[in-house]
Design a protein around this ligand. Structure first.
Ligand code: NDP
Length: 397
């Protein structure tokens, strides 16, 4: 039994707090800390078990270290923003605490995410006998575990990997993002990138698309090629992959709004002088858009996220799709959040549980696919994200 400290009281933090509270045999004590403590208190009030709360600016390594030294958790689950990853990792090193997150580091002034900054912590975590688990959300996270599981159990070789993320839900708002708007819009407006024959190929933002027929009645939807962080670690750990791509569905309405916002400069991340002070347009836009946590009671429909893999088994060609379907309203009934926060928060709890129960242990910095997928896959079924494996007739072109 252990004490865990969750950093970040947003949509994902709420789910992590609920899910950790559901597993008292592992998470004996829970502290929820965030920039605005009132949000932590609101979440704690939803949960029957006592949850301690704290105010923290996680950008401040000294403050973060002092909080860890005071609370003495075994592990930190970082579900603040990607900007805080390195300062929280530094504090974990200083205080001797294990670390889990769901998104890789991004410098605030550059729309760019790469693992290089966090992989550079490998020796420091290893030398202190501490473990850092990177990207324990759904994508990255479950998609990495799915790929490792397919490799272990369903294929002898995997040639191509297509990660496909569909939100077939409706929230009834003119324009809203399902997780932090700033991070979401930076990701979607970036150039597309995919791996092919040993190198990265680059595409104009949202210029490559396909139709994909989603299972279980969700049906055909348009999917767009994006760059996503798990591609970087997956091609490193599965070097035989000939091609690896990431796709996401967007409604025409979402894309029209995004295009207009981009054209007028509202998605810019650089400071703009305005009436004697500087404002960053995308931060101002975030303040205007609905808080993703507020979409919980409004969202209906389902998500489907999975890995479409082509390769061979026993000398025969094979194509398979391993996926989870998650229902927004069912998530809301359970933890008062929509499925995007749920599909991220549940794997964050499971990743922490894997480490605290010793199923995943090792000094250093790890991506999810480097660890045994089996206990994690069992827990997905157990804690609300059941998965299904189907074979398909043809791969995606
Ligand atoms: P939200 O914006 O809803 O929540 C972020 C929280 O972090 C807020 O409570 C915010 O505080 C807090 N925070 C921000 N800066 C600091 C700071 N300096 N110190 C302390 N707390 C801070 O985001 P989400 O919950 O939607 O997303 C959380 C994380 O999950 C993000 O990193 C996102 O990229 C990741 N994610 C990963 C996914 C995956 O599948 N792997 C999918 C979706 C999200 P305040 O309330 O005061 O602003």
């Amino acid at each position: 039994m252990a004490k865990v400290l969750i950093v970040g009281a947003g949509g994902v933090g709420q789910v992590v707090a609920h899910k950790c509270a559901q597993v008292p045999e592992v998470f004996e004590k829970i502290v929820l800390a965030s920039r605005t403590e009132e949000k932590c208190r609101r979440i704690a009030a939803q949960i029957k078990r006592p949850i301690a709360t704290a105010q923290i600016d996680a950008d401040d390594v000294e403050q973060m270290t002092a909080l860890l030294q005071r609370e003495k958790p075994e592990l930190v689950i970082n579900v603040a923003l990607p900007y805080q990853d390195l300062s929280i990792m530094d504090a974990c090193l200083a205080a001797g605490v294990h670390y889990v997150d769901t998104a890789n580091y991004e410098p605030p002034d550059e729309a760019k995410f790469e693992y290089k900054w966090q992989w550079a912590y490998q020796d420091r975590f290893r030398d202190k006998g501490l473990m850092a688990l990177l990207g324990s959300g759904f994508d990255p996270g479950v998609t990495n575990v799915f790929t490792a599981w397919l490799h272990k159990h369903a294929f002898d070789t995997i040639d191509t990997l297509d990660i496909i993320d569909c939100n077939a839900g409706e929230h009834g708002q003119a324009f809203a993002t399902n997780f932090n708007p700033e991070i979401n819009i930076r990701e979607v407006t970036a150039r597309g990138r995919y791996w092919q024959n040993g190198g990265w190929q680059s595409t104009d933002p949202l210029s490559v698309h396909r139709m994909f027929d989603f299972p279980e009645g969700i049906g055909p939807k348009k999917i767009y090629l994006l760059y996503h962080e798990e591609l970087e670690s997956l091609v490193r750990h599965f070097p035989k992959l000939q091609r690896a791509r990431f796709w996401m569905t967007f409604s025409d309405n979402y894309l029209t709004h995004l295009r207009v916002l981009e054209n007028v400069g509202m998605t810019r991340i650089d400071p703009v002088p305005y009436e004697g002070r500087e404002i960053v347009p995308i931060k101002f836009l975030k303040a205007l858009l609905p808080d993703p946590a507020s979409l919980g009671p409004l969202t209906k429909g389902r998500t489907c996220i999975g890995c479409l893999v082509q390769g061979s088994q026993n000398g025969k060609p094979k194509v398979a799709f391993l996926y989870n379907i998650c229902d927004h309203e069912a998530c809301y009934r359970e933890v008062q959040s929509q499925a995007i926060s749920y599909t991220t928060g549940v794997p964050a709890m499971i990743g922490a549980k894997m480490m605290l129960t010793g199923k995943w242990r090792g000094p250093g910095v790890f991506n999810m696919e480097q660890l045994d997928p089996d206990p994690f896959m069992e827990d997905l079924n157990r804690y609300g994200l059941p998965w299904t494996l189907t074979t398909l007739d043809a791969p995606m072109d």
